[in-house]
Design a protein around this ligand. Sequence first.
Ligand code: RIB
Ligand code: CA
Length: 324
Amino acid sequence: MRAGVRPDAGTQDGGASRPAVLLDCDPGHDDALAILLAGATTELVGITAVSGNAPLERTLHNALIVTQIAGLDVPVVAGADRPLVAEPRHAAFIHGESGLDGPELPPLTREPAGGSAVRFLLEAASARDDLWLVATGPLTNVALALREDPSLAGRLRGISLMGGSYGPGNVTAAAEYNIFADPEAAAIVFDSGARLVMAGLDLTHRFRIDAERQAALRALPGAAARFAAELMTAYGDAYARSFGPDVGVPLHDPCAVLAVTHPELFEVELRHVAVELTGTHTRGMTVVDRRPGERGAEPNVEVLTDLDHATAFATLAAALAGYA
Ligand code: RIB
Ligand code: CA
């Protein structure tokens, strides 16, 4: 057991059952792996798409095509096509205009479920008391649902999100993409009173997929693993083009799933986190209060600080191979 680990995060009975998860995402290469991981390790009740890495029509398409390739019969629902206040800002330099550049995608045969992501999210959370919401894109859908029904915060088992940082950002010196893309939405979520687990850049950059791990994915059986390997090759090339060959390729979004399914892999600090909305240089920053002991403000977030990345990768690889 690693120091400061949360043994109970996602599972009811210490690990045997699959936690119930609704995944809100903006696929996106690493979101696609989060979908495949969640599909194999959780009771995945549904997927909601949000504008982020690519426009909504692309992230919705991409969420559908990933579930189609994996044979996951999971409802996929369209969410917000723009942030609450900020202007839309996509990440084509990493994910391409399609949001999933790299692999040749088959013709889409799946249809999105009707209705809105907010309605789907609120109904899913009212139908049970053990639902985790995993969010791996801008928090627009989550904020809209909380604004429509604030009691959602107390009904969810928790919100495990990939976003923010207590160190450098990746869009600006201070801000990480998912938070920067919709800071007003993030502020609503961080102020909501829900149980929050934050996988920020400080953590996700410790879970990298290097050439050896890319080769390991390529050696896995089955179409889903082959698709994931092709995605990671394209994702790695885009990272190298944008950040240089030796930055390494962080697997951001799968961390938010693993934090629920395998909490024992993580170290955590209970911290107060607020989202900066007005700073000239700091808008979209997650201000994490890491002052020692009692001097810090009342914690509202479980901030993940480290993980057993070898076991995390082995868990991801086993999940992908399991689709074969
Ligand atoms: O900053 C990394 C995050 O932004 C990841 O969720 C990635 O998919 C992009 O959405
Ligand atoms: Ca994402």
